[in-house]
Design a protein around this ligand. Structure first.
Ligand SMILES: [Zn+2]
Length: 238
């Protein structure tokens, strides 16, 4: 092999070594007919992600977000809904990991970060930061602020119940699809109840109620889960 050929071979090897690690990126960017191969774990993660935010999750999330907008819930009432027990405690109105509480909580957090509707001069926006509606009735706002769990959770139950019921009626779902959805909500309510029971039994650490179901110390039902199934709340606590 001539010196010239040897040099050319070295250059080709060096170029391949440099491009090697990036070849996957280039392949993914080409947009051609052949999709870039993705590792098995990434495919698994995508399937898992889809499961996290499935149709039922989205139904609950959007029912809540829509309800908040339609009622024009003020920022003060949003803060009441998202209140926690002291600095280190968990939510007063939600049970952590509950598959019905979490999408409701997620929608309220999303609404909390809502941008101002700037093409409309919404009266009193500056003081109430409300949206489409005129805010919650005063007795509901007061109930959401109540230190008594029975009063507060009853208000949460009725509010979420109304939002879910509206979405169910306006969803365009057939009777059979509604039946399936209600059945799925029932399954998730059971999961929420099981989570509450495991926290109450301190199966997740000695302080698990305070961290994961802080507002439910006296209760054996979830205000939000019951709401999803149009069930009123029965609490043992006063
Ligand atoms: Zn729940």
């Amino acid at each position: 092999m001539s010196i010239r050929m040897k040099l050319l071979t070295r250059i080709l090897i060096a170029t391949a070594a440099i491009l090697g690690p990036f070849s996957g990126i280039f392949a993914a960017d080409t947009g051609g007919d052949t999709p870039a191969p993705s590792p098995a774990h990434a495919q698994g993660a995508r399937a898992g992600d889809r499961k996290l935010f499935d149709e039922t999750y989205q139904f609950i999330f959007f029912a809540t977000l829509e309800g908040l907008y339609r009622d024009g819930v003020s920022s003060a009432d949003v803060d009441s809904l998202l209140a926690t027990k002291g600095k280190d405690g968990g939510y007063l109105n939600f049970i952590y990991t509950c598959p019905i509480c979490m999408p409701v909580e997620g929608a309220i957090v999303t609404y909390k970060l809502r941008p101002r509707i700037d093409h409309m001069k919404v009266q009193n926006f500056q003081t109430t930061e409300r949206t489409f509606g005129f805010g919650l009735p005063k007795e509901v706002s007061d109930a959401l602020r109540s230190e008594k769990a029975s009063i507060r959770l009853k208000a949460v139950n009725e509010l979420v119940s109304k939002w879910i019921s509206y979405r169910m009626d306006h969803s365009g779902l057939t009777d059979s699809q509604k039946k399936d959805l209600i059945e799925e909500l029932g399954k998730r309510r059971k999961e929420g109840m099981n989570a509450l029971r495991s926290f109450a039994a301190n199966m997740n650490g000695p302080n698990s109620m305070n961290a994961f179901a802080a507002g439910y110390e006296g209760g054996d039902e979830c205000a939000v889960c019951n709401a999803a199934l149009q069930m009123p709340l029965k609490l043992k606590s006063p």
